[in-house]
Design a protein around this ligand. Structure first.
Ligand SMILES: [Zn+2]
Length: 355
């Protein structure tokens, strides 16, 4: 561990404090903050006057706009006394800086993995909550924060349309009301539907069925991501359309399904597979939605299509396809419940009493 030097420079206060904290974590000592404001920082060893004289003073060099070590009484002459499993200086800012490369490489990296890596590096085990906060901070540094991300959407849409002509993006906003007046210079995000040209092209060669589902978003503004999934002749699945909406309701599903119908799946006799959400039911049963038989038929899945339906059900032969389509049609038109069997296992059950 290298000691501080008088005259040592840092870009800003954050960088200076990070260095002090990292040093004290590695030395296993605790600092007491004596003074800390926008132009000065003084830290003392917690054992100062008790066998240790370690002290550091940093200040802002106003002309250069950088921070500099002005005084350093080191190294520590105290013994690292704390045998605790945590270290006060190992706060979420320090952890965020440390885990940044891991989050940059994989934004979906598990908190437990980050917690273990932090513990292995610093010798102290931060709480799950603190590592979670550190990851939030790292994600915000890498990807920008939530407000910025939503502000970027119109530019993102334009960018995708420019680089991939034929991209469909429908952005809906709500007016901002100030008193009785509309503020024309601003708008609230409402909904976004989008699909890429390869998705539209690919669907023409896929089976005449589409699975639709929604998943909750756990960011600051919540909302729901709606997705439509298609299957090719080899039972590979591919997403063909997306929407960001406020949540699952009849209006948001209508928004998604009408644009899906118009831009991606105009084929007649399509099978729509979904869960039993009332919003989907209302949207599919709307008189002018284009989803009523014979334009489209509806089926429910009991297990997730992507996980269970795809690998087991054999659609490769024409007879198989006809058989399944026939059974599904029987189910939609008459029987309340029906199981499609492949070999010895039930792979899909459709009908009114399943879910
Ligand atoms: Zn000390």
């Amino acid at each position: 561990m290298t000691e501080f030097q008088v005259g040592q420079q840092f870009q800003d206060k954050d960088e200076a404090l990070l260095s002090v904290k990292t040093y004290s974590i590695h030395r296993g000592v605790q600092y007491k903050v004596v003074e800390s404001d926008y132009r000065r920082y003084v830290g003392k060893c917690s054992e100062f006057g008790n066998g240790c004289t370690c002290l550091i003073r940093l200040s802002l060099q106003q002309r250069k706009g950088i921070w500099e070590v002005k005084r350093y009484n080191g190294p520590h002459t105290c013994l690292a006394t704390s045998i605790s499993s945590d270290h006060r200086s190992l706060d979420y800012h320090v952890i965020a800086t440390f885990i940044m490369p891991m989050v940059r490489a994989d934004a979906a990296v598990n908190i437990k993995v980050l917690q273990n890596a932090t513990a292995a590096h610093f010798g102290f085990r931060p709480t799950y909550m603190r590592v979670w906060m550190a990851k939030q901070k790292a994600v915000a540094v890498i990807y920008g924060d939530w407000d910025e991300s939503y502000n970027e959407l119109p530019r993102w849409v334009l960018g995708v349309q420019l680089t991939m002509p034929g991209t469909v993006a429908v952005l809906r906003t709500c007016p901002v009301q100030v008193g009785a007046q509309h503020d024309e210079s601003q708008a609230y995000f409402h909904r976004l539907f989008w699909t890429f040209p390869p998705c539209i092209e690919a669907f023409r060669h896929c089976k005449p069925l589409v699975s639709i589902d929604g998943t909750h978003l756990y960011g600051k503004y919540e909302g729901t991501l709606l997705v439509a999934i298609a299957q090719d002749g080899n039972s590979n699945i591919l997403p063909v359309a997306f929407a960001l909406v406020e949540g699952e309701n009849a209006e948001s599903w209508s928004f998604f399904l009408s644009h899906l119908r118009e831009h991606v799946t105009p084929q007649p006799g399509l099978l729509v597979i979904s869960d039993r959400h009332n919003g989907i039911k209302a949207a599919l049963e709307a008189p002018n939605g284009g989803w009523l038989p014979p334009a489209a038929y509806r089926a429910f899945y009991i297990r997730h299509v992507a996980a269970n339906f795809t690998p087991t059900l054999k659609w490769s032969s024409t007879t198989g396809l006809t058989f399944c389509a026939l059974r599904i049609q029987q189910c939609v038109t008459g029987q309340t419940e029906l199981s499609i069997r492949c070999g010895h296992s039930t792979v899909m059950r459709v009908g009114d009493s399943g879910t």
